[in-house]
Design a protein around this ligand. Sequence first.
Ligand SMILES: [Zn+2]
Ligand SMILES: [Zn+2]
Length: 173
Amino acid sequence: MEESSDISPESIPKELHSEYEERPFRNCTRCGETLLDYSEGYHIAKIFKLAETIFEYALCFSCHSGLINEFSVDSKRALEEYYSTNMKPGMRLSGCGLCGLSKSEFVDLEYSVGALFHGSEMIEGFVICAPCMDSTNSLISIKTQGIWDDFLSENFPGVPADALPAPGKLGVI
Ligand SMILES: [Zn+2]
Ligand SMILES: [Zn+2]
């Protein structure tokens, strides 16, 4: 028998909590599915600016892969190639996964954090600093940008377009 304490959300780093709900994410931003017991896991993405959360979501595995599958083949290939070539393994949340800069160097500027969780266990986690976020912009096709814009306007109504991130910024692939 498995104990339900396997999924105690207290062990999730504060940085990956929902700022809006002031607790760990409980539900998928897109479909409302409960996350901690979601067997295939879930993704969290947040953007910080001046040490404040300016954007956040959590997506169950199914909504996340559904979104990625709609991206154009070229964008998917370009992003995957970019991340697999440039991502430094083992950085986790300590610094930029692309350029290796320590988080203390840019913690007061802008950066994004992405993570894959199973229950309360972080399977993968990475940070991307602002200059590295911008370096992925050219990899996104017009079609992919359109799909991303639709995703944002459906799930974040009322947020001004210029306050919303580009898909490469969050390392969504
Ligand atoms: Zn979902
Ligand atoms: Zn960087």
